[in-house]
Design a protein around this ligand. Structure first.
Ligand code: ZN
Length: 311
């Protein structure tokens, strides 16, 4: 595989100094001219979502965040559709209206790939050390906002280039409303899309990102992805561990029920990129100060390089 991590200046000097430049080096110089993923821009999307408070169906924070995601996509001239669904959720003890938000870059391309993250947040802090606070909703800086932040910044960068495929950006609602006794109530948005996938959104392969903002970032290979879409995982890791060896480990995580799973179940190649070693998971400490622009840039750049390599 060619080098994916570009360090533009040495290559520019090489071009000046040597008449016979290896093809790979030229490719790197070209890559250096492409738009860059900006971790600080992504981080502002993360902070903005946190400023809305918890993003649970039926709350103001949910409405504000949905409008923010839709407006950001539309400001990039990316057409947006909303996929509404309504259902009863035991954790909320209520029937609520949910929405998947879907923006497609170059919808006319026959070939498409899907990038996804969940935009909702958990309605309880069931792992909080303070048991008195466990019934309160979390702000979800990493678990919720980080994936959305990276997708929105990726949309800005990718719309400036011409790739040989359409990119479907999916923001899933209701990922995080399940419980140990009701696993079937996790990933409601992705289950709904997987079973109601319009012809126009058929895709070749997908990447889900979740909890990608931890300032102490370490990705391990998620178990379902590794078992059911191994070649995609290995390709992704080849790029990630070449560029960011300290953030990509070759160890295998236990399978995690997440928004990729409903698609894996239906035979799609769909991988989940998640840093599950986050001590603030499902606690009130999952706030933006535990996340960093650098981490968002690590995952953003890796997804970007992967897409440029594949398409
Ligand atoms: Zn969660």
């Amino acid at each position: 595989m060619t080098k994916h991590c570009h360090h533009p200046w040495p290559y520019v000097f090489a071009t000046v100094l040597f008449l016979f430049v290896a093809q790979e080096t030229l490719a790197e110089v070209t890559t250096a001219g492409l738009a860059k993923f900006n971790g600080y821009r992504a981080f502002r999307h993360l902070e903005k979502q946190c400023s809305f408070g918890p993003r649970i169906a039926g709350t103001e924070g949910h409405q504000l965040a949905a409008a923010y995601i839709r407006d950001e996509l539309r400001s990039l001239n990316i057409p947006v559709i909303v996929q509404p669904f309504e259902r009863h959720v035991a954790l909320l003890d209520d029937t609520r209206k949910f929405q998947n938000i879907i923006g497609t870059l170059w919808p006319d391309k026959k070939r498409k790939v899907m990038l996804s993250a969940h935009w909702d947040t958990r309605s309880v802090a069931d792992r909080d050390p303070d048991s008195a606070l466990r019934s309160q909703p979390i702000v979800g800086a990493n678990d919720g906002a980080s994936g959305v932040a990276v997708l929105l910044e990726l949309a800005r960068v990718l719309r400036q280039e011409r790739l040989d495929a359409g990119i479907i950006f999916v923001f899933f609602d209701a990922e995080d409303l399940g419980s140990a006794s009701r696993l079937e109530e996790y990933c409601l948005g992705s289950r709904f899309l997987a079973t109601h996938l319009p012809e126009s959104l058929q895709f070749e392969w997908g990447i889900n990102i979740d909890m990608v903002g931890d300032a102490d970032l370490l990705f391990q290979k998620e178990g379902y992805s590794y078992r059911m879409a191994r070649s995609l995982v290995d390709e992704f890791w080849q790029i990630g561990s070449e560029c960011y060896p300290s953030h990509f480990s070759d160890s295998i995580l236990s399978p995690i029920l997440d928004d990729h799973y409903p698609f894996l179940e239906r035979g799609y190649q769909y991988i989940n990129i998640i840093d599950f070693s986050y001590p603030y998971w499902h606690t009130h400490q999952d706030t933006s100060d535990k996340c960093s622009p650098e981490s968002l840039e690590v995952i953003g750049n890796t997804v970007l390089k992967f897409i440029r390599f594949k398409l």
